[in-house]
Design a protein around this ligand. Sequence first.
Ligand SMILES: Nc1nc2c(ncn2[C@@H]2O[C@@H]3COP(=O)(O)O[C@H]4[C@@H](O)[C@H](n5cnc6c(=O)[nH]c(N)nc65)O[C@@H]4COP(=O)(O)O[C@H]3[C@H]2O)c(=O)[nH]1
Length: 569
Amino acid sequence: MHDKTFSLKPVVLIVDDQVTDLRVLSTAVQDLAEVYIAQNGQQALEIARQCRPDVVLLDIEMPGISGFEVCRALKSDPELLDAAVIFVSAHTQTADELLALECGGVDFIQKPLNVPVARARIKAHIALRKEAKRLANHDALTGLPNRILLQDRTEQALQKARRSHGRVAMLLLDLDNFKVINDSMGHSVGDLVLQKVAFRLSRSLLSEDTVSRQGGDEFIVLLPEVIGFDAVGDFAQRVLATISSPFSIHGNRYDLGASIGISVFPEDSDDMESLYRHADAAMYQAKLSGRNRYCFFSSHIESSMRARHLLERHMRNALEEGVFEVFYQAKVDARHHRVIGMEALIRWRNPDGVLISPADFIPLAEETGLIIPIGKYVLLQACKDTRVLRELGHDISISVNISAVQFREASFLDMVKSILVESGLEARFLELEITEGVLARDIDNARETLSLLKTLGVRISIDDFGTGYSSLAYLKRFPIDVLKIDQSFVRDMLTDKSDSAIIEAIIKLGQALGLELVAEGVETQEQADTLLRQGCQIMQGYLYCRPIPFSQIASFLSSGLNVDVAQTN
Ligand SMILES: Nc1nc2c(ncn2[C@@H]2O[C@@H]3COP(=O)(O)O[C@H]4[C@@H](O)[C@H](n5cnc6c(=O)[nH]c(N)nc65)O[C@@H]4COP(=O)(O)O[C@H]3[C@H]2O)c(=O)[nH]1
């Protein structure tokens, strides 16, 4: 097929049965466009389907089909309707001009022609059409080709490769930590990041390659003339290096990574749709394998996708069958060697009795929305269990993880209220753990929800503090009670100077703002002693207690901190 959709030079089709008129018009526009000629309506429609004109100069009176009918036929063809039709006629009646406009014409030029004026008007229409095409085929934010243009180029590349037994590669690139920047620094910074990424990607390409933005932080690179897989791999590696060198925006440094999935025609895909689908599957595999890497599509990826779907189905069944469990990990006041609360941690026991870690299913639960019913189940169970323990005389509170997806749900607040009523737990004994990302996104709504929770009496803690793009302003602007120092800092605090410095800074910040501090992942007495010396008194970690089921927590609480639960989980 002769496809002119995205040819660089504009295309003008001149339709006239008078040879002299054809000659005058084509001389007038020959330097502005690629010119095609038809001498009657039937011929005009045939040529238009071939050359896909940007502008049609159309006579009205012709043998056979009239110019008006040609115009209507053009406007009813989805491939041709965008062409700007300019009637060129000796007709002088207003009715003719009106009819020309009614059937889709954009202008009316009188014969005999005033050549300079006609040329200027045609030129203006060519420019308008060019701009309309640019807008329709490019992403407004980055100026890169969009999905429509990429699709066209991919189809052309595949046709060429089929003819020449060549190869085409599609690389789907997804930025690894863009969401965190966008959420925490705002969309204007996010937009600048995307523009800079687009610029760097464009710079890495050869002239025949295309990079396109699909929306969000997803880009696609099309390599239409691939020699070998190695070359594609090298290219992907170069792209990763380009993206991972730091970005500077308004004087701040941002570090990004990317995950790239690669599919290749004809080895693993035979059309545009499967190229995209397989590149997407490979990209997902790259994310799972640790991010900031590339992966080729393979049957292994397909099977792991199937496993994902299976996991989702099992998760739904688990929810229906009530096989999720809530475990509890003690929060300890290390100075007084006393348990002051617990964190609820979900557990999923598979039919063989093996516990599946939340890290393996919570992300998928968030993606699929299953986190809403799962989160509700955990909150209700945790509140009920805590009430029972309090009635047994244990003066403890409960912390429950709240996913960003749950927090944003319109019914979240009502859900918390009704669970407090149903469980009979006083609100002041409930603490909700949210991550920094929750606060960064949709600040006004987040602040309102948190304020309403505070009015209820519920406490708010920031989980994994220091691991996101923390804006310290949040701490002042949101009604927060607790900062949880992430376990990644605690793990190496005794050997890694920067981890130790970060902990010190978080503790000072928390103290200055009057926030309670909790250190997570405390595994050794030395870590506990150091944290205590630095000013953090409340701790959670294997040193004191592993997460344990409700059936064990009461005896654990009764016996102080002397029960050995190290083997439980
Ligand atoms: N290495 C080490 N690890 C320790 C130590 N002390 C506690 N941990 C583990 O650290 C995790 C702390 O929870 P998190 O940061 O909120 O991280 C949680 C939380 O983000 C999420 N999660 C767990 N339960 C829920 C839930 O009910 N709802 C939601 N939305 N997320 C949950 O899954 C994550 C992982 O949970 P778990 O596998 O239970 O892992 C828990 C806990 O078992 C220690 O001394 N050393």
